[in-house]
Design a protein around this ligand. Sequence first.
Ligand code: SOE
Length: 380
Amino acid sequence: MSDKQLRIGLIGTGFMGRAHSNAYRKAPNFFELGMEPVLQAVCARSDGAAAAFAKKWGFASSETDWKALIARDDIDAVDICTPNDSHKEIALAAAAAGKVIMCEKPLARTAAEGQEMVDAVEKAGVANTVWYNYRRVPAVTLAKQLIDDGRLGRIYHYRAQFLQDWTIATDVPQGGAGTWRLDAAAAGSGVTGDLLAHCIDTAMWLNGKIGTVSAMTETFVKERMHSDSGKVEPVGIDDACAFLCRFDNGSMGIFESTRYARGHKALYTFEINGEHASIRWDLHDLHRLEYFDHRDESITRGWRSIHVTDGDMPYMDKWWVPGLQIGYEHSFVHQFADFVTGLAKGETVGPTFQDAQVTQQVCESVLASGKDGSWHDVAE
Ligand code: SOE
């Protein structure tokens, strides 16, 4: 790695390829990173798509073979933005080549794949992170600060939901660009790995480890046309999942996710109830944190809606002036800024592959419980 530069090779040019590229471009304008990100190469399967993406986002070059990208000695960091079925193979090759690795969530399709990835980065000693971006929404980071300050006291309840409605129509195919999330072979699972994984990552970051789970899963549309074969094939993903859990700190958790909640596009919400105070957050209003403190004077006590835009709130001194809010894309800018700043100082910044593997293990236990209907301990 060059002393002052992090030369990035991005693999995958979909929605996340754009979100990450935006972060690489914006982070140095707003943060002191200690290292300059360089958009060195982008890789897509088709030459035209790779070249067009490179031109649009300012990458210096393009590739159509990810192995060729990894083999280049002018690439320091590999960003994996491909469907889940290629995360492991790319990560193992990138680790063997000594590259820093940034991988889209979920880490892998299964905990077994995730473990191989953790072992590979640990053996190679390469810095790594997984893009669980919601930790870096300022209001969510503020929630972490309030909990760590002890303001909530003992935590009793954690509840989270991630609701969407984009797969209700029976003619949405499985497989292929844009709809690989419906194909179990490509995605590993449905809402559990795609959406609940976010909720689980945030929950364990805020409230500690999850010990046991009991889940219910459902696949409402049992067969869909597969984009690759052109044939109607059985659907192997979970369309919806709800689970109960116990956290190691004694609190109770309830999580729900579905792609069949008509009217909801990406409604991620959580609420935490503690002995003294409660907090709740809503992705559709992501710059606000709701806070209730029972210790307030009774006649003015009530839920406060904190507009998270003041300079003493997480990340906000880097942006505009108090009162002016930021959005979804900034969570990726923050994650990258934190990761690179840590890299420049030789510090580990989460979520690491190991952190994401713990989430993977919770997902695995949830899916197993959904199948057999019994409580499952989360493997260590
Ligand atoms: C699915 O629609 C999706 O794009 C997820 O894959 C993302 O991780 C989530 O943040 C938004 O929804």
